[in-house]
Design a protein. Structure first.
Length: 202
């Protein structure tokens, strides 16, 4: 895991839904540190201060170590880029319903290039046609207790918008060791780690 302190120009925007208007839920927070996993091509951001939580900004649950991604289960993807294959972001955050696809079928559509660290989905309903979400878009699925779980993070497989291919996401469960290591490096003076990362997710 690599860390970096060169985050002077990094900013996280929370509560954003429509970039053309101010709705009153938006919050911008500077990034203090980044934690990067070269293995998973994923970066975690440590903010300079805590986010203000409300109905538009809530933590997402992480999967359990023994959680399984169930084929054909209905999940959701949110993205700014569904409608713009030219690479420009949409003004309004889009949501699409997806179904988890069999890994064997998905891997075959990529000529066996995928790994155990990836999970695949088919778009079924919403403002999405093929794999044109931005890298890092979240794949969330309902858990057995009804709370949504961050199941995947959009990958950027070459040619994923081609007919007959599936949409590829990095499996968050496979990243749990990296995530837990990053969290262990962060000090929370006011609240316990367990409460921060486990008790408040929705």
């Amino acid at each position: 895991m690599n860390t970096s302190h060169s985050t002077d120009n990094w900013m996280v925007r929370l509560g954003e839904h429509d970039r053309t208007v101010i709705e009153g839920y938006e919050e911008s927070i500077k990034v203090k540190e980044i934690y990067t996993s070269a293995k998973h091509h994923v970066t975690l951001l440590k903010l300079k201060r805590e986010a203000v939580l409300h109905k538009r900004v809530l933590p997402i649950c992480l999967p359990e170590d023994d959680a399984n991604v169930i084929v054909n289960s209905s999940c959701y993807v949110t993205s700014w880029q569904f409608a713009n294959k030219d690479g420009n972001f949409t003004d309004v955050l889009n949501k699409a319903q997806v179904e988890i696809a069999p890994f064997q079928d998905c891997n075959a559509s990529y000529s066996g290039k995928l790994s155990e660290y990836e999970v695949c989905a088919n778009f079924t309903r919403g403002k999405a046609q093929g794999c044109n979400v931005e890298r890092g878009a979240p794949l969330v699925c309902p858990g057995i207790d009804g709370r949504f779980v961050l199941t995947g993070v959009a990958s950027a497989e070459e040619g994923c918008s081609n007919a007959g291919q599936y949409d590829v996401f990095i499996d968050v469960k496979m990243m749990l060791p990296f995530i837990n290591d990053a969290i262990s490096m962060i000090q929370y003076p006011d609240r316990s780690e367990e409460r921060r990362v486990g008790k408040e997710c929705r």
